[in-house]
Ligand binder design. Structure first.
Ligand SMILES: N[C@@H](CCC[C@H](N)C(=O)O)C(=O)O
Length: 270
């Protein structure tokens, strides 16, 4: 029986997308042939040496009230919380599949999201959840932008050991049980430079969408800004932009904007 199970292979047609270097495996699962409970398969597929490779894997599924539903798994095989860059990539994927045109309302783990694809074709503006709570942990800011984030300011971010420092914070007594994504930000005046250690990948990634959103909101609070704010952000994999309204208490109309590109497609037997 065990042998029989080992020889029964599943064929999967997949697409690979990246948003500012945050890379994902995308599967059209409208026929529900991919069993979303199979965490070990996700782990294998995301492995960069023995699989396709990716920071996460997403299933695009049908939903009766929305254009589609997004199911996001981290590279460790577990269901993740919201992924901002993943959200932008799955919107580009839905357009590629002909499910949507340039606007959409879809459902993710943190609720409904509106998104718009800009004229250039690969630019996706994704609306994120409204935020009214930002906590402090020492000098750091802690908030949930769909995923939990820790935001700390630093200098000379290019030289920082983000893997080591991020891992220490993510696994300290406060955060180790639920985990947290750790963002380091250097304020460069006309833009922010951000590097992120991601929970579920357990490593630094080239970009984190919910992370740069958390950073932009925290920095607006820190600088006591208000009104309509646009924050350009540089990450290891490119450039992102966060726009939002802030009245000193609540952040609304929060949009994460940037590129979302198909890299390749293929078939894998696993
Ligand atoms: N890369 C993502 C964040 C994904 C979620 C995260 N790793 C978690 O589950 O905590 C993004 O772009 O937001």
């Amino acid at each position: 029986m065990l042998n029989e199970q080992h020889t029964l292979k599943m064929n999967i047609h997949f697409f690979k997308y990246q948003g500012a270097g945050n890379d994902f495996i995308l599967i059209d699962n409208r026929d529900l042939s991919f069993k979303d409970t199979d965490n070990n398969t996700v782990l294998q597929l995301c492995n960069r040496r023995f699989g396709i490779g990716g920071d996460g894997l997403m299933l695009l599924q049908n939903h009766s009230s929305y254009d589609f539903e997004m199911l996001y798994f981290n590279a460790d095989g577990n269901l993740g919380s919201m992924c901002g860059n993943g959200g932008r990539c799955i919107v580009a994927f839905a357009k590629h599949l002909g499910i949507i045109d340039i606007e959409t309302n879809f459902l993710a783990v943190d609720g409904p999201h509106y998104a718009k694809i800009s004229g250039k074709g690969n630019e996706v503006e994704l609306q994120m959840i409204d935020i009214d709570t930002i906590d402090r942990d020492g000098d750091a800011y802690v908030l949930n932008t769909g995923s939990p984030h820790y935001v700390t300011q630093t200098e000379a971010l290019n030289d920082l050991d983000v893997y080591q420092k991020g891992k220490e914070i993510r696994n300290n007594e406060t955060y180790k049980a639920a985990g947290i994504n750790v963002n380091f930000v250097e304020d460069r005046g006309d833009h922010l430079f951000v590097r992120t250690f991601e929970r579920g990948v357990e490593d630094e990634t080239y970009a984190c969408g919910t992370g740069v959103t958390a950073v932009a909101l925290s920095m607006a609070k820190h600088k006591q800004q208000s009104g309509h704010i646009q924050t350009p952000v540089k990450v290891l994999g490119g450039n992102l932009r966060i726009t939002f309204d802030y009245n000193g208490e609540q952040f609304t109309n929060v949009f994460l904007c940037g590129p979302a590109e198909q890299v390749f497609e293929g078939d894998v037997s696993i």
